[in-house]
Design a protein around this ligand. Structure first.
Ligand SMILES: Nc1ncnc2c1ncn2[C@@H]1O[C@H](COP(=O)(O)OP(=O)(O)O)[C@@H](O)[C@H]1O
Ligand SMILES: N[C@@H](CCOP(=O)(O)O)C(=O)O
Length: 426
């Protein structure tokens, strides 16, 4: 290399270093990290109904083009929310009518009492509309049994939504087409609560903060008292929820593909409140350790897709032995029969009386699989036989886990406008 070339290289390097330092200073000075909330403090945003195109970048030093550090998830979310909110601004006006679909859920999954729950591919559809007189009509599961007055959870959910919106509850009429078995341990109450809240929010034209506060979850779990049903109704999949001392927090647990759910649903009703009252108020350290180990095993088995470990993972000493002993004598014999017939595991769904067996199919829809690849039929037969031996009448329903939670399927006036069409043209 000539001395000329090396001098040129030296100056290029010096120039690059100065430019780099300049960028670094600019980045540090204007980095969005400077505007993030102090540690341990929730970032406070203006009310969500306010025009938001300005609130994130009120301080002009930070523009939407400024650098986001890889770890700065919060800033990235704020920008995404801002962009989306600008598009959706028009959609937050009060509505006349809304229809929401909500899934059944299977809580506890054995040892995860009041903590773990799974969305089940069985859906109810709730329509709430403004009316001159209050009315509740229902068809399908529990149509005659569910309350038709203000104690109905759809109404309680709707009321909570209007309270959150700080608006008086208008006169509304409710219609539910229910496919979630009523008071059978498949989360009919949580489905009604979540449907009511979502419908109420949309009718009121109010939206709740999601990221960082999950306000919908707070309201729903506040009404239900535990998050194991409402979290999967809202978010779908398998959810593990806690209360962190300040608020409810839920996380999705990965769900292995191709699971089938084989449910024995007795013909009789089992109210959750009754099934909670048979539980002992305290448990031994040994039983606590037992349940901790099983929950850990369950979550691990789901995460790595090790279905062989599920049968250990669903074992429990917190509620199943008491409920099985006092209310559902068929429970353990049915679990054994299902597992012997090829189920990966079986447990009491929620507070019962339904027993849930999980079987592993090949990939694709079960109706497109050869019988050899499916164990749901053998498991269903074994569960029915066990029920017969105990004189319990009921039906077996086979379905899947739903990775999706509650969704709005119709709104009047619609969200879709000439310019933007939302899915299903809602
Ligand atoms: N819209 C509704 N759908 C189902 N149950 C409701 C509804 N509104 C109120 N309930 C009450 O909730 C109870 C059913 O909930 P629960 O006992 O927890 O069973 P599940 O396992 O189905 O959630 C019943 O006593 C019923 O009166
Ligand atoms: N953790 C609760 C779950 C109740 O579920 P449900 O579907 O029976 O309402 C309990 O075990 O009590």
């Amino acid at each position: 290399m000539s001395s000329n070339e090396s001098t040129k290289l030296l100056w290029t390097a010096v120039g690059a270093a100065i430019a780099g330092a300049g960028v670094a200073v600019a980045v540090l000075k204007y980095s969005p990290a400077r505007y993030s909330a102090p540690k341990d403090e929730e970032p406070s945003f203006p009310p969500l109904h306010q025009k938001r195109t300005s609130f994130i970048y009120e301080n002009n030093a930070s523009s939407s083009n400024s650098v986001i550090f890889p770890h700065n998830h919060e800033e990235r979310m704020r920008r995404q929310i801002t962009a989306r909110a600008a598009v959706e601004e028009d959609n937050f006006m009060p509505r006349d009518s809304v229809t929401v679909r909500v899934p059944a859920t299977s809580a506890n999954m054995g040892p995860g009492y009041d903590t773990i729950g799974m969305a089940v591919d069985l859906w109810s559809e709730v329509t709430v509309e403004r009316a001159d007189t209050f009315e509740i009509t229902a068809e399908g599961e529990g149509a005659t049994e569910m309350p038709k007055d203000e104690t109905n959870y759809m109404v309680i959910g709707c009321k909570a939504a209007f309270e959150a919106a700080n608006k008086p509850l208008p006169i509304l009429k409710y219609h539910v087409f229910s496919r979630v078995p009523f008071a059978r341990g498949l989360g009919s109450s949580s489905a009604a609560i979540v449907a009511g809240i979502i419908a109420g929010l949309i009718l009121a034209g109010h939206r709740l903060p999601c990221w960082g506060s999950e306000a919908l979850l707070q309201i729903a779990a506040g009404i239900e008292g535990h998050p194991d049903n409402v979290a999967p109704v809202i978010y779908g999949g398998i959810q593990v929820g806690i209360h962190n001392g300040t608020r409810w927090v839920t996380e999705r647990v990965p769900c292995p593909a191709g699971l089938q759910l084989v449910m024995f649903i007795p013909d009789f009703i089992g109210k959750t409140s009754d099934a909670r009252s048979v539980l002992q108020p305290t448990i031994s350290r040994e039983d606590a350790a037992y349940n901790i180990s099983r929950v850990a095993f369950l979550v691990h088995a789901l995460c790595v897709g090790n279905l062989d470990n599920l049968k250990w993972g669903v074992e429990d000493r917190l509620h199943q032995p008491q409920r099985g002993g006092k209310l559902y004598k068929y429970l353990y014999p049915m679990i054994e029969a299902a597992e012997n017939a090829g189920a990966a595991c079986a447990y009491l769904s929620g507070a019962g009386p339904t027993v849930m067996a999980i079987t592993a199919g090949a990939s694709g829809d079960i109706f497109a699989q050869r019988e050899k690849e499916r164990s749901d039929l053998a498991v269903a037969k074994a569960m029915r036989q066990a029920a017969k031996e105990f004189g319990v009448q009921g039906q077996v329903v086979v379905t899947n886990v739903s990775n999706e939670g509650a969704r709005v399927v119709k709104v009047v006036p619609p969200f879709s406008t000439g310019g933007i069409t939302y899915r299903d043209n809602i």
